[in-house]
Design a protein around this ligand. Structure first.
Ligand code: MN
Length: 423
């Protein structure tokens, strides 16, 4: 049987060459349809969602645990482990192939199991156990450091020795399309003598990828590179919304708190680590060489193109304000996970690791408005004479991401969020 990543595979379900969801991808999500049934697990194929619960009920898909796809999260499936993830993906690929009559020629099952994307509502695909956000792009950390501390102290002394991170909030991770209310908080511009409380005036986005942890690690135990890699189920697009004015006043000495706690948006489809395998690349050379526990032998970065569109309420379509690539990250998701567990911290099924803002070496590759507008000093110009330094109410942001194969792309769809006014 051909490998599910084989570029020559075709599905009987029509897939546009520009689609993010060819048979080589098969990302997992949670959806509901107009049939009134509760949210359940599906896989994206072209413009359709394949209902895995229907396939399971029909005896076409057996993971040894009936009902694993019937619920509103992927956590029970992730708990089954990497061997089952791989076997299930191979079976789904087989069922969708153009030369397999099993589903192709079964009109009744096709009608039940293939839901047009336009009729599907997509939900948050995992129960987020914990959310940790990192700061692993050297370009981003340098840009922010130059703005706040000057060129000579841009990178803190620890930055080149470990992936810097903080524990964020799982409770406000939301799926694409969820409106984001402008946060309120304590503000103290440098010119003010005392802080005040009110709506954030410097609301920003952060372009990130999220690694979804699909296996536990016991408290007290460290992870090897290979163990950490096997624990990662897949990736999503992630917008780590950030209130820069709240952040600037609160972050000393313990790091971000309320500035990042009000919302984090993720894309609804989890692209599996296995589907991304053909696009693995080595990250930038790490100098100094990391301590032994953080050294990696494998290429743990991905050649994954990313772009960000911004649309103000009066604009008909969004304008691209950033185009970059996940491959620039200095610390990989595997190194982040190894470091996270290194103290003895237990990792859980459904943990979400934000990569940190992904900025590239060029000016148009900056992954936040803080960098794009250089701390508000260089406004960007949008069509219709609209200027932006930070986000205004009713602005909508969308991220896209994809790996380009030969004649197909393994894509992530979209993560979108629109700002609504503070109450
Ligand atoms: Mn972040």
């Amino acid at each position: 049987m051909p490998h599910p990543n084989d570029p020559s595979l075709r599905s009987f379900v029509p897939v546009d060459p520009a689609s993010d969801f060819p048979i080589q991808n098969l990302p997992y999500g949670v959806f509901s349809a107009k049939d009134g049934l509760t949210p359940r697990v599906g896989v994206a194929i072209g413009d359709h969602v394949l209902d895995l619960w229907k396939l399971e009920q029909d005896g076409r898909l057996d993971v040894g645990d009936l009902g694993v796809f019937a619920g509103p999260t992927l956590n029970p499936f992730m708990a089954l482990g990497p061997k089952l993830w791989s076997r299930t993906r191979a079976r789904i690929s087989e069922l969708l192939r153009h030369d397999n009559p099993e589903l192709r020629d079964n009109a009744e099952l096709r009608r039940l199991a293939l839901v047009p994307m336009t009729q599907a509502k997509l939900h948050l695909p995992i129960a987020v156990a914990g959310y940790t956000d990192f700061y692993s792009s050297k370009e981003h950390a340098t840009n922010v450091g130059v703005m706040f501390r000057g060129k000579d102290n841009a990178l803190q002394p620890n930055w080149l020795h470990m992936p810097i991170g903080y524990n964020g909030r799982a409770s406000t991770v939301v799926v694409s399309g969820t409106k984001v209310r402008r946060p309120r908080g304590q503000l103290k511009p440098p010119s003010a003598e005392l802080p005040s409380f009110g709506p954030c005036k410097r609301l920003d986005f952060e372009l990130e990828m999220g690694a979804v942890v699909g296996q536990r690690s016991p408290m007290g135990e460290m992870l090897t590179e290979a163990q950490a890699e096997q624990m990662i189920f897949g990736f999503v697009l992630l917008n780590d919304w950030s209130a820069r004015d709240i952040q600037q006043w609160e972050y000393v000495p313990l790091g971000p708190f309320q500035a990042k706690a009000f919302a984090t948006s993720i894309s609804p489809w989890i692209v599996t680590r296995e589907a991304l395998e053909p696009f693995r690349v080595h990250g930038p050379e790490q100098d100094p060489v990391p301590l032994p526990y953080l050294r990696q032998m494998q290429p743990n970065n991905y050649d994954l193109q990313l772009d960000v569109g911004l649309r103000a309420a009066q604009m008909k379509q969004s304008t691209r304000i950033c185009r970059t690539n996940f491959k620039y990250m200095y610390w990989s998701s595997v190194q982040q996970l190894v470091h996270h567990a290194s103290s003895g911290c237990a990792m859980n099924i459904g943990d979400l690791l934000g990569s940190g803002t992904i900025s590239g070496p060029e000016k148009d590759q900056r992954g936040s408005l803080l960098e794009i507008s250089w701390n508000g000093t260089e406004p960007i110009e949008l069509p219709g004479d609209i200027k932006r330094t930070f986000l205004e109410d009713d602005d909508s942001l969308s991220f896209h991401g994809w790996c380009q194969g030969d004649g197909y792309r393994v894509g992530f769809g979209e993560v979108e969020g629109t700002i609504v006014p503070a109450e």
